[in-house]
Design a protein around this ligand. Structure first.
Ligand SMILES: *Cc1c(COP(=O)(O)O)cnc(C)c1O
Length: 353
């Protein structure tokens, strides 16, 4: 067995997907499966497809290219979530069905490439309702839409918004109403209705209890499906598995040591000033995994009495004094992964999948 590794439970991902697909359907929304948290790992993509996903979205073109090469049942659509780089316009037009946009310069580049290829590229326009990441402010939306409609290589497929990612702004019915009212103004302006009104990410599912406003017909979900958690609202999602991914790493040292370092304290390997509590002599274990592979704040030991102390690029230090089990060098310990922990381990070339 090779460590460190992530064990992926495909059945739990399929179950979480199906559960979310059905909940969204009851709200009138189709679900887009967001794969960026796992670098579009094949097992994950296949499990999502089995759970009913027909549209896959990722922020990286490289990940979408992986999905494009997989043989999935039925036709799937690929969405590029992050605003395209102008320098990748050609590849975007070639490889993805739909991209999210807010910039005229980028739309022009996409249009140029689409016309050259003799095809129509589909775009969603991103509106910022307050989280202050990507998207135009609502007051600038109509001029962006007007510009898009004037570009013959593009097809205006829909409008979208996203909250909770940068500003930590909580989703609200009012934001969705803003999106809907922009869509209806657009309809008056251009004489046809846009196909998709994409209301948000995992955080937005908290509004299911109040009912999504009529007209919101799409949600883009990664975290809720993958780890059954909603970071923005800091909520464990009832009825979803939280342990579809388990990280395992091997113990390379067990020693009794003081809990307070000996000598004058400067800065740690990452330039931060560490703080310690003196708890006397403690039993400690070192695991062969580090900050290069995982975010320590986003993993939870499955074994009782195991406490994360910290670590460095290649070492994870644990206090195992309270642990009932007898642990030995060579044993592996398991951890449940949060969303950012998952992203890091899936990205690390040193973690076996
Ligand atoms: C990451 C992302 C999502 C999915 O977010 P989750 O919190 O994983 O559900 C949706 N939309 C956009 C634009 C994103 O960048």
């Amino acid at each position: 067995m090779k460590y460190p590794r992530v064990v992926v439970d495909r059945e739990k991902i399929r179950y979480n997907t199906l559960n979310m697909v059905e909940k969204a359907k009851r709200e009138g929304a189709e679900l887009v499966g967001v794969t960026k948290g796992t670098c579009a790992h094949r097992d994950v993509v296949e499990a999502m497809a089995l759970g009913g996903i027909k549209i896959f979205a990722d922020s990286r073109l490289e990940n979408l290219a992986l999905i494009q090469d997989m043989e999935l049942p039925g036709d799937v659509e690929l969405y590029l979530l992050r605003l395209p780089m102008v320098s990748q316009a050609k590849e975007v037009v070639e490889r993805v069905d739909v991209s999210f946009n807010s910039q005229e310069a980028t739309l022009e580049a996409l249009n140029h490439e689409a016309l050259r290829k003799g095809k129509k590229h589909q775009v969603m326009l991103m509106v910022d309702v307050g989280d202050l990441r990507e998207g135009v402010r609502p007051s600038n939306f109509l001029s962006l839409a007007d510009k898009t409609l004037s570009l013959k290589g593009l097809n205006l497929k829909g409008i979208a918004t996203n909250v909770g990612c940068y500003g930590g702004v909580l989703p609200s019915i009012q934001q969705l109403e803003t999106l809907l009212s922009l869509a209806s103004t657009l309809e008056d302006m251009c004489g046809f209705s846009v196909e998709i009104i994409s209301g948000g990410n995992t955080a937005t599912t908290i509004l299911f209890s109040q009912g999504l406003p009529q007209g919101i017909n799409q949600l883009r979900i990664g975290e809720g499906i993958l780890v059954g958690f909603d970071s923005t609202n800091h909520r464990v999602m009832e009825g979803f598995h939280q342990d579809a991914f388990i990280l395992q790493a091997e113990i390379i040292e067990i020693e009794e040591k003081p809990s307070y370092p000996i000598g004058e304290i400067g800065r740690d390997a990452f330039g931060e000033i560490p703080t310690f509590q003196d708890r006397g002599i403690r039993k400690r274990a070192i695991l062969a995994i580090g900050r290069q592979d995982v975010e320590f704040g986003s993993i939870t030991p499955t074994m009782e009495g195991v406490e994360i102390l910290g670590g460095s690029s290649d070492h994870l230090l644990l206090d195992i004094s309270a642990c009932q089990e007898t642990l030995r060098v060579g044993d592996a310990l398991s951890f449940i992964l949060g969303y950012s922990g998952l992203l890091r381990v899936m990205t690390s070339g040193y973690v076996h999948k």
